[in-house]
Structure formats: structure tokens, C-alpha cells
Design a protein around this ligand. Structure first.
Ligand SMILES: Nc1ncnc2c1ncn2[C@@H]1O[C@H](COP(=O)(O)OP(=O)(O)OP(=O)(O)O)[C@@H](O)[C@H]1O
Length: 252
């Protein structure tokens, strides 16, 4: 199995709180992997360690077989990792097309000037069209992103990640705050990206229907540690997992 991502014994403390405590995780290339856990389990902190937004106190991170523990986020992006957020990181005042164009030109090291070489401009134009189709955003290409529905803004953010050449997407609650219809459309889109573009997906999710609809493997975090890992079915049947969630409900 070729690994898109591996984390070894990652630990991160905030003061005396061990937010992530000795977490190891392997994500096979081309797989779909969910990270779940009660509030405060350490999921977001783990993603920050994997993307390079935070440095671990201990432990190592590998991307496609290469150690990246000490690389900043932008270097990890160049190796094929992109992270999306609950609040989409897009250029809200620009159109959908302009957003994709900026990311594509940046990824190709092209200068953002109108006198781009014709060959480069055509290549970018072609890729923009292909992405708009892939994302189902052709009709919204000229719309300002800040005016789009939340679900569409998050899809644009996925488009930016793809424009930057992502092979591994870290998605922080990809369907949070979405209507049922938007949730369904997002799940379908992620499936297509996985199946047809071979993109590896690692996502944090609270919605168990989404986890079951998408994930092949599930890692459960609890109090900063890996409580369990397995198929969605095995995880749903795991008594320790049920107890961890029950504890959350009881604590209120
Ligand atoms: N920058 C920070 N400074 C101090 N404590 C933090 C910081 N970031 C997170 N924490 C704490 O670390 C713990 C893990 O937080 P984290 O956000 O990673 O959990 P989570 O599983 O993503 O939770 P949620 O599902 O609520 O988003 C929590 O107790 C949180 O309060």
C-alpha cells in the first residue's frame, strides 16, 4: 500500500492540555478516510499538524513517503496536500472563474499579468473549463463568489485546492452548515473526485450519514488519542466509541 499520508506519534500541547496525544495515522493513496470524535477530541488540531499550520511537540508527518514535519504549509501544498476549512478560504470579491484562474496561475508559476504568453493562457483557460464542469459550476462561472450559497463557496474552495494540484484533500467538516440538498451534492462531488481523479480524501465529519456514505476507513479520536480505527461498520458497532459519544451527551 502506498501511503498518501502517515503520522507517527503526533503530540501537541496547549499549556497543560494535551490536545493531540501520540496520534498515529495512515491514509492509503486513493482512499477515503474520516476522522470523527466528540467535541474537543483534537480533530482540528490534528489537521493543523498534518497541514503544517502547527508544529508538533513530538512525532513526524510524511506525505507520499516524504518527511514533511518541518516543512511550512506552502511547501506541503507543493507536494500535493490541500486543506479546506469550515469558513471557505476563497477570494469573495472575485468571480468563480477568477478564483480558479489565480490559483492555476500561481500553481504554474505564471505571473498575474495580462501579457501572459498565449500558450500559457490557453492551457489555463482549458483547465478552468474542465474544472468548472467537474465541479458543476459552469453556470456560475461569472458570479462573484461572496454572493454564492455557502455550499457553492465550499465547492469553489475545493476547486482552488484542485487548481493548486492537490492529490490529498484535508476537509474540515465538508458539509457543515449545509442544507440536505447541498450536503448530497457535496458528497457526490467528493465521490467523483475520488473515483475519477484518484484524489485521496481525509475529512473531519460530525454527520454520520456522510461518514457512512463516503468513508472506507474511520479513525476515532477521543481526548487527543486514537480510540479506534476501522471500517464504518466496525466503528459503529464499537462499544468504546459509543461510550465516548455517550459521555459527551451526558456531559451536555
Ligand atoms: N490554540 C489553542 N489554544 C489553546 N487550546 C486549544 C487551542 N486549539 C485547541 N485547543 C483545545 O484543544 C482541544 C482540542 O481542540 P480541537 O479544536 O482540536 O478539537 P476538535 O475535535 O476539532 O473539536 P470540535 O469538534 O469541537 O471542533 C480542546 O480542548 C480545545 O479547547
Amino acid at each position: 500500500m502506498r501511503k498518501a499520508l502517515a503520522a507517527e506519534h503526533l503530540t501537541k500541547a496547549f499549556g497543560r492540555l494535551l490536545a493531540v496525544n501520540g496520534v498515529s495515522l495512515e491514509v492509503a493513496e486513493g482512499s477515503v478516510h474520516a476522522v470523527i470524535g466528540p467535541n474537543g477530541a483534537g480533530k482540528t488540531t490534528l489537521f493543523a499538524l498534518l497541514s503544517g499550520a502547527l508544529r508538533p511537540d513530538r512525532g513526524r508527518v510524511f506525505l507520499f513517503g516524504r518527511e514533511v514535519t518541518h516543512l511550512p504549509p506552502e511547501k506541503r501544498v507543493r507536494l500535493g496536500l490541500s486543506r479546506t476549512f469550515q469558513v471557505p478560504q476563497v477570494f469573495p470579491n472575485l468571480t468563480v472563474k477568477e478564483n480558479l484562474q489565480i490559483a492555476l496561475e500561481a500553481a504554474r508559476g505564471l505571473s498575474p499579468y495580462p501579457w501572459l504568453r498565449r500558450k500559457d493562457r490557453l492551457a489555463v483557460e482549458e483547465r478552468i473549463q474542465a474544472l468548472l464542469e467537474r465541479l458543476g459550476l459552469e453556470e456560475k462561472a461569472q458570479r462573484t463568489v461572496g454572493e454564492l450559497a455557502h455550499g457553492d463557496q465550499r465547492i469553489v474552495e475545493v476547486g482552488l485546492a484542485l487548481s493548486l494540484g492537490a492529490r490529498l484533500l484535508l476537509l474540515d467538516e465538508p458539509t457543515a452548515g449545509m442544507s440536505d440538498e447541498e450536503t448530497w451534492r457535496t458528497v457526490e462531488l467528493l465521490k467523483v473526485l475520488h473515483r475519477e481523479e484518484g484524489i485521496t480524501l481525509l475529512f473531519i465529519e460530525h454527520d454520520m450519514e456522510v461518514v457512512f456514505g463516503l468513508a472506507e476507513r474511520v479513525t476515532v479520536l477521543h481526548l487527543g488519542e486514537v480510540l479506534a480505527e476501522g471500517t464504518p461498520e466496525a466503528i459503529a458497532a464499537d462499544e468504546r466509541v459509543q461510550a465516548a459519544y455517550l459521555g459527551e451527551v451526558v456531559r451536555g
